[in-house]
Design a protein around this ligand. Structure first.
Ligand SMILES: [Zn+2]
Length: 268
């Protein structure tokens, strides 16, 4: 099964990343997408993607997260453009807008998102998108670009109908994170039941969203504890249960979908 959204390049994992990858492979994870968040972690993403000894497929994504839309170096769009040229298979992410963080400048978030959507169209790359608590505005912003993008991944999806239908019509894929394991997360669980099977993805969002019962990264004590890709089967179990599938079936579905949206071809 494929982990559609992580930040495994996070520098806190420098001393234990190889062990985390081994644990992920042992847990049945076949591949993952690791998403940049700002120019200063793009080298880490590139290094991780260049690791030919990794026991799982690693897809790099480069982008500026909405949380880091302020105080960027003025040449960041050129640097992102260069990164995408240097990595022809890479996605663009994590990009988007955030309705939870009132401290962020909404205009800067929106402008940076649009710059990155335009780069993704120019380079014909899939986008990995964050839309916490502002899924409607996100759909409005994606609308003019959707038909020209090869793929859209909505990470940690948590909206309900009619937005599911609207995003579906834009060609988007819906990725569910560890919150789907929480029985009280009614909207997320209803969405995990409702999205079409050919658009369904799962993710850990490592190092965030440790699912209930998940193994924290013991090598890096942290409050809250850090998540890892080896916890993906917990997300798979929750989504499989919600959809009335067995975990192996669900794993095969999300693997196929992830490989299609990320342009990775068949598993080896
Ligand atoms: Zn993320």
């Amino acid at each position: 099964m494929f982990d559609a959204h992580t930040h495994l390049q996070d520098a806190r994992f420098d001393a234990c990343r190889a062990a985390l990858l081994e644990a992920a492979a042992a847990a049945g994870v076949t591949g993952l997408c690791t998403c940049g968040t700002a120019p200063d972690d793009w080298d880490g993403v590139a290094q991780l993607a260049a690791d030919t000894t990794a026991p799982v497929t690693i897809l790099p994504a480069f982008g500026v997260h909405s949380w880091y839309a302020d105080n960027l170096p003025s040449d960041w769009p050129d640097r992102l453009d260069a990164c995408l040229r240097a990595h022809p298979g890479a996605a663009v992410g994590e990009i988007g807008i955030d309705g939870l963080r009132r401290d962020l400048d909404p205009v800067a978030q929106r402008n940076n998102f649009i710059v990155q959507l335009e780069l993704a169209v120019r380079h014909q790359r899939t986008v990995v998108v964050h839309g916490a608590r502002c899924w409607g505005s996100l759909a409005d912003l994606l609308q003019p670009y959707a038909a020209r993008l090869p793929g859209i991944v909505l990470h940690a999806f948590a909206a309900s109908e009619p937005l599911i239908r609207r995003f579906h019509d834009l060609g988007a894929y819906f990725s569910f994170a560890g919150s789907v394991c929480n029985p009280n997360a009614r909207r997320v669980r209803a969405a995990a039941a409702a999205v079409p099977p050919d658009r369904l993805l799962i993710e850990t969002d490592t190092p965030d969203i440790l699912p209930p019962g998940g193994q924290p990264v013991s090598a890096v004590p942290h409050d809250p504890p850090l998540n890892q890709p080896a916890n993906l089967p917990l997300v798979a179990q929750a989504v499989a249960h919600i959809r009335g599938l067995d975990v192996a079936e669900l794993g095969a579905v999300v693997e196929r979908n992830a490989r299609r949206v990320y342009g990775l071809g068949e598993p080896t």
